[in-house]
Design a protein around this ligand. Structure first.
Ligand code: HEC
Ligand code: HEC
Length: 221
């Protein structure tokens, strides 16, 4: 990025709110426990199934499919569980493609796959549109004060690495995927975020703001 890094805007109320959310979610994450999978045991499923869309190294070449490389194992495991209907309840994250993929996976398979993709090295990507990146950086680092949108950096970290185990990594994700998820949170089509954290934020964002922050995130490293 050519422009200099600015210090974070003082967003006192946003920080307080975020602090409350983090405390709430930390309790939730502690209840979930730390994921211990064996990446070697995931190799066969990766090669035969997942690699076609997410690549064997987790750096998906197509913007239609998210990159998984370096994502926190707890988040990956949670998403795999959420794609699958559990105990007679509908899937918490509704996606036709991934529903088919997880249907035959056991709980151990999911843990092993989560460990495998968490252990892959994310490849940096470059943002393309400089004007969007500038607006996106302001949103990512400072939020949108007039609308009460909290800074993304406060939960997903300034460099987009996230915070294990609570907040997923976003850096170097395809902009199309990030924008698609923000719109899905906004419409409520994706509703598996604890305490509605992402639905509350996305509900206040315009298409233009979503495009800008997604472009900035693609270039984060
Ligand atoms: C036919 C293509 C395809 C295959 C094969 C596939 N996926 Fe996916 N995967 C997707 C798409 C598309 C999404 C985005 C779903 C959405 O928009 O909610 C996704 C999402 C995910 C996510 C959520 C990522 C995030 O950042 O939230 C995980 C985890 C995942 N896939 C793991 C796997 C694993 C493990 C396998 C192998 C068992 C697999 N996928 C096979 C297409 C595929
Ligand atoms: C209060 C904490 C918090 C803040 C602030 C926050 N997020 Fe999130 N975000 C989360 C949590 C928690 C999840 C994981 C939801 C789940 O478990 O499925 C998430 C998930 C996401 C995802 C889905 C990732 C994936 O791989 O599918 C995207 C995209 C995202 N956030 C973007 C943003 C953006 C952009 C902002 C700023 C405008 C932001 N977030 C601000 C907590 C936060």
């Amino acid at each position: 990025m050519s422009h200099p890094r600015r210090p974070r805007l003082p967003l006192a109320s946003g920080r307080l709110w975020t602090g409350v959310m983090i405390a709430l979610f930390a309790a939730h994450a502690a209840a979930q426990g730390v994921i211990k999978g064996d990446p070697a045991k995931a190799q066969q499923i990766v090669t035969q199934v997942c690699a076609a869309c997410h690549a064997a190294d987790g750096n998906s070449p197509s913007p239609a499919n998210p990159s998984l490389a370096g994502q926190h194992p707890e988040y990956l495991y949670k998403q795999l569980r959420n794609f699958k209907p559990q105990n007679g309840k509908p899937a918490e994250r509704n996606n036709g493609v991934m529903a088919g993929m997880v249907a035959s996976l056991s709980d151990d398979d999911m843990k092993n796959l989560a460990a495998y993709y968490a252990g892959q090295k994310p490849k940096p990507r470059s943002a393309k549109d400089a004007a969007l990146v500038k607006q996106g950086e302001a949103i990512y680092r400072g939020g949108i004060m007039a609308k009460g949108v909290a800074a993304c950096a406060s939960c997903h970290a300034p460099n987009g690495a996230g915070m294990p185990a609570q907040f997923p990594r976003l850096a170097a994700q395809h902009a199309d995927y990030t924008a698609g998820q923000l719109k899905a949170f906004r419409s409520g089509q994706r509703a598996n975020d604890p305490a509605s954290m992402m639905r509350t934020i996305a509900a206040k964002m315009s298409d233009q703001e979503i495009a800008a922050v997604s472009e900035y995130i693609a270039g984060l490293r």
